[in-house]
Design a binder for this molecule. Structure first.
Ligand SMILES: C[S@@+](CC[C@H](N)C(=O)[O-])C[C@H]1O[C@@H](n2cnc3c(N)ncnc32)[C@H](O)[C@@H]1O
Length: 203
């Protein structure tokens, strides 16, 4: 499954340009808003399933000192690395998040449009256990997922939909929901996708 999955995503990042990707956004406005509101630049940050997002560019500009980018697609990471040929604040990890065995804890954990690809109970539970064990106490979990009235599939895969309430139930009591908002994401071809954003603090 992992290998098939990584081939799938590598092919997408090899063949498509930004404007072919439904999830592409010129500026990761909501991610930056939550990260600046609840985190700070000296904290360790990880972007789960970063793809080729420009979020890391925004955080480098803002002086973040310790950035980790994880994606199942080595090709996506290669594209990002080209933008930062000599940036030693960034660590790259090519791995399926469900297979990953981290060696450190993180203070800010960000995931836009990755968690909703986990549709089987055992996948969701593996992710929950990982987040609970690897986000420091007092640390922040930021999740951007499709909303209840969001898409039912993406990039050829079935996806899950969430409200702030349904996602809260998955992460409490270890995490306390501290913020949420709804976003209408516009794809590069102007179709609309409803997202639910949540921010949690590790209790
Ligand atoms: C819809 S894209 C979102 C990319 C990025 N977060 C953004 O907002 O632009 C989903 C990303 O998750 C990655 N991905 C999918 N399944 C994954 C998994 N099991 N582990 C790690 N990354 C995964 C894909 O390679 C892809 O880059």
């Amino acid at each position: 499954m992992t290998q098939k999955n990584s081939l799938h995503w590598n092919e997408i990042y090899s063949k498509k340009v930004e404007n072919d990707l439904s999830w592409f956004q010129p500026k990761p406005t909501i991610s930056v808003y939550f990260i600046e509101k609840y985190g700070n630049s000296s904290e360790s940050f990880i972007d789960i399933g970063c793809g080729t997002s420009t979020l890391v560019d925004e955080l480098v500009k803002r002086g973040f000192e310790n950035l980790t980018l994880l994606d199942i697609s080595a090709q996506a990471l290669k594209i990002v690395k080209k933008r930062f040929p000599s940036e030693n604040r960034i660590t790259y990890i090519a791995s399926d998040v469900l297979q990953w065995q981290p060696e450190e804890d993180f203070q800010i954990w960000h995931d836009r449009a990755v968690f909703h690809f986990l549709t089987r109970p055992e996948e969701i539970s593996t992710y929950q256990i990982l987040a609970k064990s690897r986000i420091s106490h007092g640390g922040i979990l930021i999740l951007g997922t499709f909303a209840l009235d969001g898409p039912t599939s993406c990039s050829g895969y079935r996806v899950s939909q969430y409200s702030a309430e349904t996602i809260r139930k998955l992460f409490e009591p270890e995490f306390e929901l501290i913020d949420s908002l709804e976003e209408v994401h516009e794809t590069p071809w102007q179709s609309k996708q409803n997202f639910t954003w949540t921010a949690f603090r590790r209790v």
